[in-house]
Design a protein around this ligand. Sequence first.
Ligand SMILES: [Zn+2]
Length: 302
Amino acid sequence: MSRDHSGWFVKYKVEIHDLPDVCPQMIHNNQFEVIDVVRGEEEEEEEDAFMVLKIKKKIIRYNILDKSDHEFNHDDVSPIGPKKWGSLNAGFKVCSDGESQSPVDIEAKKAKDQHNDLKRSYKEAPAKLFNKGHHIAVEWDGDAGGIEVNGSTHKLVQCHWHIPGEHTFDGKRYDAEIHFVHKNDKDQLAVVGVLYAIGEPDPFIEKLSESKFKEISAKGTDLGKVSASSITSSKKYFRYGGSLTTPPCAEGVTWTVAETVKSISKEQIESLKGPLEAEFKENARPVQQLSGRTVTQFEDKE
Ligand SMILES: [Zn+2]
């Protein structure tokens, strides 16, 4: 951001064709008032031309460039932030209309006991570390084992992290959360979430070798063989029916959230944030209404 004598202005690099739809949204949201839109210096390619927007308000937390790079982000005040996800794309409608959205606040005292399954049988399989733009993920290639949920075997597909945590316990938000995404042969998803609080390093992340986070790319960095079994088990788990926590926010996801909060070091949090762009370094969706759903709890019998 730069400043001149007449007030604040910001020089954004945007694709020209995005301007008509980006700007009115931003003005409509009262994020700033555009005084003037000046066509700036052009680069070789026309669509890369700079636009200079002179603005009155000086609080700008994001860059229009993101509009062309990302379909959504996690910035509350952005026109593509969580409150707007449902209107960004016809396929994202359920993000705002859905009644079984995730994450949710889990009130332990209200969770009803119910017999449930979560038979975990993870095994080593080749994995790669990816920067997915909105989070860092480990994807397994081959059979990494899985879990039994609702009587059906769900195979482990990938895991990824959110910072801070997405699910809250009695309104308390934790420092991070890992999601293990599993799929059965009908393509139904079952996600296991584990919360972290800052403290000792997490052995699972340590095993992935933190230096790999520095060389991470969109194409994937080889991790060798990785097993999800080193994730410590919890005595108690919560279960409810929810959704993906990022667009398209598809519902029909069986959520299992471990009651035991694990620890993660500050350095590990930095490793997970490091490769992400500014607007995704914090990538937790706000909690959603339960809307009549019940959260149940069960003991792990293993
Ligand atoms: Zn997630």
